[in-house]
Design a protein around this ligand. Sequence first.
Ligand code: UDP
Length: 319
Amino acid sequence: MKIFITGGAGFIGSHLTEALLNAGHEVVIADNFSTSTPANLDRVKGNPGLQVFELDIVEAPERVAELVKESDAVIHLAAAVGVEMVVKNPVHTITTNVHGTENVLAPAAKYGKRTIIASTSEVYGKSTNEKFSETDDLLIGSPFNSRWCYASSKLLDEFSLMAFHREAGLPGTVVRFFNTVGPRQTGRYGMVIPRFVAQALKNEPLTVYGDGEQSRCFCHVADVIRALMLLLDNKESIGNIYNIGSQELVSIRELALEIIKRTGSKSEIKAIPYEVAYAKGFEDMRRRYPDTSRIKALVNWQPEHTLADIIDDVAASLK
Ligand code: UDP
């Protein structure tokens, strides 16, 4: 198959590109290289099955439509990334996530292309549920707080895909990623694991925001890619939404201690108030734990990598 990946030079996109090429597919990438880098594609550079176009999906809708038309399937990953970047650039976040996705979904629906779009665990917002399930009601914070523009814009993307599916028969699927991590992820836009590992390797203090009791499940990018490939091939996933995440819940303080231990670092932990790290009135999610029974039931997917594997892989890639 010829697969069109928006954001294909990004952290997740570049791993997906490699996996699809290795499986014998052709890959066409559109990427504006705003938060990604050509170096992410070094391992597939010159591969005859790969075409890379530097273009912005918001600014070049006609070109995006052509690329969709010429492909057999579309995986839409291009988006504004990272909490820090979202808080600082809310207009850019909304424009990219809303108009960019519209520019992908409209032609995908018109030409009836198999489509998967990336959404996020952020859509669960301030839910206090023990586990987050795809059919849950969602509790997104107020527009007075910029953080929630990311969740809101991604949620609109989900509604758009479902609308195109129902009204125009778009064979589409939504995936909600829960803290995907691994080699090539940059800490520049806020992500905690590449930051902590880089700090630990330099024996600098690990910057734990808030009280450090907030918890997350970190999923290795290789597991996420495997989930995407299984869903791409699965017709029953059409018109559906899937959580993709690990079941290993860890507090950010425990994570910092584990990273210090595994890297043999002399670093200490430094607590930083949220308003210093982000902005006044910043609201974090206390706990985020995915119910992944849907994807497990459909394609028998569950993560194979542990948090220890993730830390070791990220550390090896940063050394
Ligand atoms: N975090 C932290 N120190 C950092 C970066 C992030 O304590 O240097 C915290 C952040 O406040 C959040 C968690 O780590 O509670 C995960 O942050 P990340 O940005 O990786 O993902 P999020 O779950 O917020 O989307």
